[in-house]
Design a protein around this ligand. Structure first.
Ligand SMILES: [Zn+2]
Length: 90
């Protein structure tokens, strides 16, 4: 485990929750929404809906495949950067 990951809140408790959550929610919500066939080669990840990794309430979690999770993370980071510059993204 890299220290940077631990600082973001991904500790042992998160890994346990993730291991519990994924078998119960084995489909990427975004693939399902788009009607894409699940690709068994694509790793599934658990996403925090509000972007707060310390908020592990089940209502704040959803399954995303690696592809959709990466796309979402990139969007979130762009959003944070634009907020830091004081630009209203809306
Ligand atoms: Zn997906």
């Amino acid at each position: 485990m890299r220290p940077s990951a631990a600082r973001r809140g991904y500790g042992p408790a998160w890994r346990r929750l993730r291991a519990w959550y994924l078998p119960r929610h084995p489909v990427c919500v975004e693939c399902e929404r788009l009607g894409l066939a699940p690709d068994p080669r694509t790793a599934l990840e658990v996403d925090h809906i509000d972007g707060d990794v310390t908020n592990c309430a089940l209502s704040n979690l959803r399954t995303l495949c690696k592809r959709h999770h990466s796309a979402r993370t990139a969007r979130d980071q762009a959003f944070v950067r634009s907020r830091r510059k004081g630009v209203n993204p809306r």
